[in-house]
Design a protein around this ligand. Structure first.
Ligand SMILES: Nc1ncnc2c1ncn2[C@@H]1O[C@H](COP(=O)(O)OP(=O)(O)OP(=O)(O)O)[C@@H](O)[C@H]1O
Ligand SMILES: [Mg+2]
Length: 402
């Protein structure tokens, strides 16, 4: 009931139960009006459920609404309509006029800019949210000290407790912010691009630590980034936003293998998306259940691809589609030793350029006057000018219509 949420006694704040980190967002909208009176639908009818203890990553280009969604969750921004329920507790419900303050929501937050108090030392920064007027009474002095010490040790900077934050490196400052977010013991911790100000090496280390910490402490994480590698590494649930709307949400593997649109295919992983027209189903393909093989005319030639079963229309002759080709799905076969069978995507190309990426090498390969990106797994080095026989598994080629 609404009344219980808004009139909850203060000493009950912080009460936890199983499932208390489950986030339900329904029909959420938030528009901004710019100075020139243009209306920006920053969050446009978002529905999203994150289960307790899951790591949810919001991914999308600049301006797609990632920060706005986090701020609405935290209570730093008032939406126009919709509902936010966390652990069964309404944080915001436009129809019932519920809107808890950030303090009542008690979520941990880690920002890109660290948001530390420069005049306080590390210990006092971490203790701060537990010593505000509102939180007083929830934690006794000894309890605050115990939580601060444990949080600092958890993030590996116990020895810096007495240092002024201004004397710390960016990576250390972000550890202080992280300690502050977890010291409270929140069921939900929100992260807004927490690692974009730290250097590349520390970034990778810190994100692994954040992941381990989240697993250990069991809080629900909502983590904003526009770094897709970071997103793939961290996410149990990946949410790709487009102009304030959820374009696709699901397991990272699902978004990678079965993107619903060019936008998602482009944003998650390295893909070339070839324009094509469906010629028809592959003659030998089983018309029964499961994925259907279809032939698609593209600039590279006719390719056999998999049409998702739930999208019957995709397999229809004449449908305009995009064929999503992942750089690492190209197989290199020795030239002229293979025979063609039905459904085989065998192509011939010429290496134009190569870029060594460490774990793999990416080649730009010209096929029928088109250039595609090819990252073969574990094969010998290829030289520019070299002719290649290439192969694509029909099951690896996914079709999108928008
Ligand atoms: N206070 C504000 N006043 C007016 N418009 C705003 C305000 N805050 C955000 N916006 C607009 O809302 C949209 C979403 O902004 P938001 O900050 O949520 O994007 P973002 O996905 O976090 O982007 P970035 O990756 O650049 O941080 C943008 O078009 C932005 O210009
Ligand atoms: Mg942002």
């Amino acid at each position: 009931m609404t009344a219980t949420a808004t009139t909850r006694p203060r000493d009950a704040v912080g009460e936890t139960s199983s499932g208390s980190g489950r986030i339900e967002i329904r029909g959420l909208r938030k528009t901004y009006v710019r100075n020139d009176k243009t209306v920006v639908p920053a969050i446009d009818d978002v529905d999203l459920v994150v289960e307790a203890g899951e790591f949810c990553v919001l991914l999308g280009p600049s301006g797609c609404g990632k920060t706005t969604l986090l701020r609405c969750l935290a209570g730093l921004e008032e939406p126009e309509s919709g509902e936010i329920v966390v652990g069964g507790r309404p944080f915001y419900a436009s129809d019932r006029k519920v809107s808890l303050t950030p303090q009542q929501r008690r979520l941990g937050m880690v920002f890109q800019s660290y948001a530390l108090w420069p005049h306080m030392n590390v210990e006092r920064n971490v203790a701060f949210p537990m010593t505000t007027r509102r939180a007083r009474g929830t934690f006794g002095k000894d309890e605050v000290r115990r939580r601060v010490t444990r949080a600092l040790e958890t993030v590996g900077i116990g020895e810096l407790a007495q240092q002024p934050v201004s004397a710390l490196s960016g990576g250390q400052q972000q550890r202080v912010a992280l300690a502050r977010a977890i010291a409270f013991g929140s069921d939900v911790v929100l992260f807004d691009e927490p690692l974009s100000n730290v250097d590349a090496k520390v970034r990778v280390q810190l994100r692994q630590e954040i992941h381990a910490l989240q697993r250990e402490l069991g809080f629900t994480a909502v983590y904003v980034t526009h770094d897709q590698e970071e997103a793939m590494e961290l996410a149990d649930v990946l949410v790709v936003l487009k102009r304030g709307k959820v374009e696709q949400a699901g397991r990272p593997r699902r978004l990678y293998r079965e993107p619903v649109s060019r936008y998602v295919a482009d944003f998650v992983g390295t893909a070339d998306i070839l324009d094509g027209t469906v010629v028809g189903p592959v003659a030998s393909a089983d018309p029964g259940e499961g994925p259907r093989l279809v032939e698609v005319a593209t600039a590279l030639g006719t390719l056999t691809a998999t049409a998702p079963p739930e999208e019957a229309g995709v397999a229809r002759e004449g449908t305009e589609v995009g064929v999503v080709v992942r750089a690492e799905d190209w197989r290199i076969t020795p030239p002229r030793t293979t025979t063609d069978g039905p459904g085989a995507n065998r192509l011939v190309g010429v290496v134009r350029e190569s870029a060594y990426l460490g774990a793999s090498t990416q080649y730009l390969v010209e096929i029928a006057e088109q250039v595609v990106r090819v990252r073969p797994q574990g094969s010998a080095e290829l030289a520019p000018g070299q002719e290649l026989a290439l192969y694509l598994e029909p099951g690896d080629l996914h079709l999108v219509t928008t």
